[in-house]
Each structure stands twice: as C-alpha cells, then as structure tokens.
Design a protein. Structure first.
Length: 290
C-alpha cells in the first residue's frame, strides 16, 4: 500500500510569525498574551486654599472643603492644602509642588484691591486670604499653571487681573430684569437657582455641550468691570457674569456658581472638575510642569 505523502507546512510563513512574536515579546508582553496594561495616570498635585479658621478645623480632623476634595479626587491626583496660617517658607515650599490651583468660595474681597471704598453692605473680608490668593495667582501666572476659581475664587481671578466687583448686587445692579442670586434666612445662606446662557465655543460650553444651564447661586458680589486677558462666557438673565476664562496660554476658568455643592442633584456638574483635572494632567504629561 502506498503511504500518503507527508503534509507540507508553510515554513517560511511560520518563521516570519515566530520572528514577529519574538519582537513583540522583547518590546512588551509575550505574543498571544494580549495588550499591555494601561499606563497609570500621571500624578498631579492641585492646590486648595484654606482660611485660618478652616485650617484649624482641618487640623482637628474636619475638612470644611470636603466637597471640593471629593469633586477633585481621582486616581493620580493629590490635593495640596494651602493654608493662610502657613509660614512664608511652608507656603513657598508647597507652591513649588503645584501642577494646578483651585480657588474656592468664601467671604467678600477687600474693595481696596480694585480701588474702591467699602460699600455700606460690604460683608466680612479677609485680607490675609486675599494676599495669599494674589500670591498664588502671581505664581500660577508665571508658571502657566491651570487655575479653577469657584464663586469667590472666580471673583478673585477677575480682581487680580485688574477687574472690579459689584460689592452688593441687590443694591448696585441696575436693570429691569431681576434675578435672585442669594437667599438668607435666620442668618444662613440658602440655595437658590437660576438659568445661565453659555457662550458657544467657550470652555464651559465644551464642558456642558449646551448653551443653557441651570445653576445654584449663593453670592451677593459679582464681576463688574472685566479683568485683563479675560472674557465673559456665561451670564444670568440680569446680565451678571457667571463665568470667565483666560484669553492667553494661561488656562484660567472661573464660575460664579458652586458645582461641588450640587453633584448629587446634577452629576453632570462633575464635568467642570473632570475637564480641569484633564487640563492639569495634559500639561504635566507634556513636560510643561515644575
């Protein structure tokens, strides 16, 4: 009986495939083991500013800015607390670590910083806080570190860049359209909400992907004269500036509302923080950092 011919194998093709497997193995995972594990996110450090009173609470185990921390927190992000009570040396050392900065809400801003006398309805100011935040803004501008300002932080950015504020909106803002920006009961500030119009093509529009949005409101001051190298990108119906952004290569975004307070009510507000963190990471990954 005639024996069948032995099978013929495509040896040249097999040799090429084996060579490719060896090259892939040397470059990364072994052939047939799937793709390489995901690269861990770039670790970035974002500064968060605390008043002297808030620093005392933080030292006692209570974080008054916990909502901000939770909104910013994600793998690869480290929060650097910047305390008004820190010494100049400690502040300088912490500042050198930063990849980005968040300026939170808080008290009124000293009108002397924009060349005005105090209005009779001006509320508490904290000159030490003003001084620290101006120092931090000067540093971040020099180093081109991204900045996110919320409520007071949004206003501080504007004043730092040469703008001014309405010291008390209800008594100073003219116009037929009236919008409630704050409600106080028994000495406590209560949440109110209103709509805003967002400029198409702005950073905030890229975040929300819509030209209208409903936001919370807790403030009695707001942007009056716009600062240098800023543009307004959102407004309430009475014309109050609800967001600003920088017009240079220094990434600056300020919002008059408090996205960190309404994340449970509207999870889409988390996009404000996600977008900011991505900007910080991208800048760090490009090697533009410290």
């Amino acid at each position: 009986m005639t024996r069948p011919a032995p099978p013929r194998y495509p040896w040249p093709l097999i040799a090429v495939l084996l060579l490719l497997c060896v090259q892939v193995f040397l470059a990364g995972p072994a052939c047939g083991q799937g793709s390489a594990p995901a690269t861990p996110p770039v670790t970035v450090r974002i500064g968060l500013v605390y008043t002297a009173t808030q620093a005392v609470a933080l030292a006692g185990g209570q974080d008054p800015l916990d909502q901000y921390r939770k909104a910013i927190a994600r793998p690869g992000v480290e929060i650097v607390p910047l305390l008004v009570s820190d010494s100049e040396f400690v502040t300088n050392e912490k500042t050198r670590l930063l990849d980005g900065l968040v300026l939170p809400g808080g008290c009124d801003i000293d009108p002397a910083l924009y060349g005005e006398e105090p209005h009779h309805l001006l509320e508490t100011v904290d000159r030490s806080l003003d001084s620290l935040e101006f120092f931090l803004l000067e540093f971040t501008r020099k180093m081109r570190l991204p900045v996110l300002g919320i409520c007071r932080g949004h206003q501080v950015i504007n004043v730092f860049l040469g703008g001014s504020l309405y010291q008390d909106l209800p008594s100073q803002l003219d116009g037929e359209v009236r919008v409630s920006h704050r409600r106080k009961e028994d000495g406590e500030t209560r949440r109110v909400a209103h709509g805003i119009a967002v400029a198409t093509g702005s950073r905030l529009f890229e975040v929300f992907a819509t030209a209208t949005w409903d936001v919370n409101s807790f403030h009695h001051q707001s942007v009056k004269k716009l600062g240098n190298d800023l543009r307004a990108t959102a407004w309430s119906a009475d014309g109050v500036v609800e967001a600003v952004e920088g017009t240079t290569d220094w990434y600056v975004l300020g919002v008059q509302f408090h996205p960190e307070k309404d994340l449970q009510r509207d999870p889409r507000l988390a996009l404000v923080f996600s977008a900011f963190v991505e900007v910080v990471r991208d800048r760090r990954a490009r090697g533009d950092g410290r």
